[in-house]
Every structure is written in structure tokens, then in C-alpha cells.
Design a protein around this ligand. Structure first.
Ligand code: APR
Length: 224
């Protein structure tokens, strides 16, 4: 089994999504695609940190919801279960999921622009410089115009090619290469099931589309 999650799986925990309802997030007049970009790290890293500290403060008090908890339970129930997420909020791990493949990084980590080392990073005491090489630290999140972390997509693609059952939960399926994973699974013969209150470009290729909220539907799927 493979489960791919997006911002929608965290919506019922209070995490704002990026696109649904047609409203793209905006920060200080800048569309999130601008402030959340590799270019902005070059131009104004303090502004990028300010945006991420704002989001971390939003996230700090939020708790996993029933969908996160159920997916963590599936990991205990099904020996061959892979959880891939586009989310950087860490709520899957907070719900108890292990070895989560984070395609877009994690908001609670910082990464060195010089030696690429990663460090746990809390908003209050965030070190400015890399303790190892002294270079600048940036959020360990994949920003627009940037490549995914090495190995993460390859691992996810392998799981997609080998899975028999693929769940796509709470993603608009607009951002690639993440959105190619269910297509990969489908092409390899897997049964693909989408869970989303809205139609997505993926809905037409799915074997099953369950229209509704992840926190309500996911806990109903497995009674064992
Ligand atoms: N349960 C399930 N799905 C939901 C829920 C819910 N309670 N609420 C909203 N959704 C769905 C929306 O209908 C939408 O299709 O979740 C999807 C959220 O889409 P986006 O906001 O585009 O988020 P995502 O697909 O994760 O974005 C992908 O884009 O912005 C970048 O890096 C960022 O990881 C992100 C990537």
C-alpha cells in the first residue's frame, strides 16, 4: 500500500491549504509562490525566515487529526505500507507515523546553504549560521523552482511502482513530480483511490473517488 498526502489531510487540524477554494495564500502582498521560492532565498533570506516563522507559529499548537492518526495505525496494521507526504508540517510524525517520505522537506528543520547539513530548528532559538561550517541556514523546505531532496522522490516512485493499492489524500494533484506518483502506481496496475472534497485533475484516472474530508473518510476505510 501507498498513501500520498497533501495539504488537505491537515486542513481539519487547522493548517491552511494553498489552493483549494481558489484562494492562493498571500504574504505581505506577495503570492506564496514568490515568498516560498529559491529565488527569494537568494534575494532576501530573512524575509523567507519571517514567512516560515509565521507559519511555524501557526502550526505550533495544531494537533494531528483522525486521518493522521488512522494512517499511523495503518503502518502498524499493514506490513507493506509507505506514507509519502507533500506536507512540511510534521503532523504525520506527531501522530506516530515513522519513516515518512517527506517530498517537500520539513518546516521544523533548517538546512545549511553551504554543507547541506540539516538541523532541528525551533522559531525561538533558530541559529543563523551553520554550527558545522558557519554558512547561512535556510528552511529545510523545497521551495518553488527547487529540486526535491535527493532520494526522496526515487524512494516514493519505487513504492508507487510496487504498490497494489494507492490512496491519494487531500492534494490538488497540480504540483509535480509529486502528482506523478499516483499515475505511476496506476500504470503499474495498482488500484488508485482519491479522497478529496473536490475534483482534481487526477479524479478521472482513479479507480475510486471518495468525495469528502479525509478526517471523516480515512477512519472508515479499514475496520480491522
Ligand atoms: N480532506 C481532504 N482533502 C481536502 C480537505 C479535507 N478536509 N480540505 C481540502 N482538501 C483538498 C482540496 O480540495 C485540495 O484539492 O486538499 C487539496 C489541497 O490542495 P493544495 O492546497 O494545492 O495543496 P497540495 O496539493 O498539498 O499542494 C502541493 O504545492 O504549494 C506547494 O509545496 C506546496 O506541498 C505543497 C504543494
Amino acid at each position: 500500500m501507498l498513501a500520498l498526502t497533501g495539504a488537505g489531510v491537515s486542513a481539519e487540524s487547522g493548517v491552511p491549504t494553498f489552493r483549494d477554494g481558489g484562494n492562493a495564500a498571500v504574504w505581505k502582498g506577495m503570492p506564496f509562490t514568490v515568498i516560498s521560492s529559491g529565488k527569494m532565498v537568494q534575494q532576501d533570506l530573512p524575509a523567507v525566515w519571517e514567512w516560515f516563522d509565521y507559519r511555524r507559529n501557526l502550526l505550533r499548537s495544531l494537533q494531528p487529526n483522525a486521518a493522521h492518526r488512522e494512517l499511523a495505525r495503518w503502518q502498524e496494521t499493514f506490513p507493506e505500507f509507505t506514507l509519502v507526504t507533500q506536507n512540511v508540517d510534521g503532523l504525520h510524525q506527531k501522530a506516530g507515523s515513522r519513516n515518512v517520505i517527506e517530498l517537500h522537506g520539513n518546516i521544523w528543520r533548517a538546512r545549511c546553504v553551504g554543507c547541506d547539513s540539516r538541523f532541528k530548528s525551533e522559531a525561538e532559538n533558530r541559529p543563523d549560521a551553520c554550527p558545522d561550517c558557519g554558512e547561512l541556514l535556510r528552511p529545510d523546505v523545497v521551495l518553488f523552482g527547487e529540486l526535491l531532496p535527493h532520494g526522496a522522490f526515487e524512494l516514493a516512485a519505487q513504492a508507487a511502482a510496487e504498490c497494489e493499492l494507492c490512496f491519494v489524500i487531500g492534494t490538488s494533484a497540480l504540483v509535480y513530480p509529486a502528482a506523478s506518483l499516483p499515475e505511476l502506481a496506476k500504470a503499474a496496475g495498482a488500484f488508485v483511490c482519491e479522497i478529496n472534497p473536490e475534483q482534481t485533475p487526477l479524479s478521472s484516472v482513479c479507480d475510486e473517488v471518495l468525495t469528502g474530508k479525509a478526517g471523516e473518510i480515512v477512519p472508515m476505510l479499514c475496520k480491522s
